[in-house]
Design a binder for this molecule. Structure first.
Ligand code: SF4
Ligand code: SF4
Length: 153
């Protein structure tokens, strides 16, 4: 079956070309709803691996990508994407919700995909932040401030 390129438009395609570095070596924010939906979709061994990588909090988790996210396939596609289970934060890349002072702000990764930001992507992230809730993002960022080099929007 041909793989789709892609509802978050250009960014995942460029990610794929760029060997999906953003799916390796970092941490991913997931709401508890996302964690439940992903866990329920997985066979037992994969589910155990998924849970092993989670740092769980009251209403979100932080997923450890390790050497590579377990959902990245051999062609650098996200296997959660076509299942419509990709975590919201992954759909934001290379935009990020950071916290400055008490304010939730959007920043852009300085990687290649960061050069291809559309107004639509920014709107998508703004809506996503509202849906997830700024309070939840503040609590997440207290635990994981983020490591990627970024610039302001
Ligand atoms: S250029 Fe950025 S968004 Fe694209 S694969 Fe690399 S890290 Fe990911
Ligand atoms: S869930 Fe998908 S997009 Fe997110 S880090 Fe894993 S492979 Fe990458």
């Amino acid at each position: 079956m041909e793989k789709s390129v892609d509802d978050s438009d250009l960014v995942p395609y460029l990610c794929w070309k760029g060997k999906a570095d953003c799916c390796r070596g970092g941490k991913v924010f997931m709401t508890t709803e996302e964690v439940i939906n992903i866990a329920q979709s997985l066979p037992l061994e994969q589910r155990k691996e998924f849970i092993r990588r989670l740092d769980q909090h009251v209403d979100f988790s932080i997923y450890e990508q390790g050497e590579a996210c377990q959902f990245l396939d051999a062609e650098n596609f996200c296997t959660l994407h076509d299942k419509k289970l990709k975590p919201v934060e992954c759909g934001w890349w290379p935009l990020h919700a950071y916290v400055e002072g008490d304010k939730v702000v959007i920043r852009i990764s300085t990687c290649e995909c960061g050069k291809h930001i559309s107004e639509e992507s920014v709107t998508l992230v703004k809506k996503g932040i509202q849906k997830v809730g700024e309070d939840r993002i503040r609590r997440f960022r207290k635990i994981y401030a983020g490591e990627d080099p970024t610039r302001p929007l």
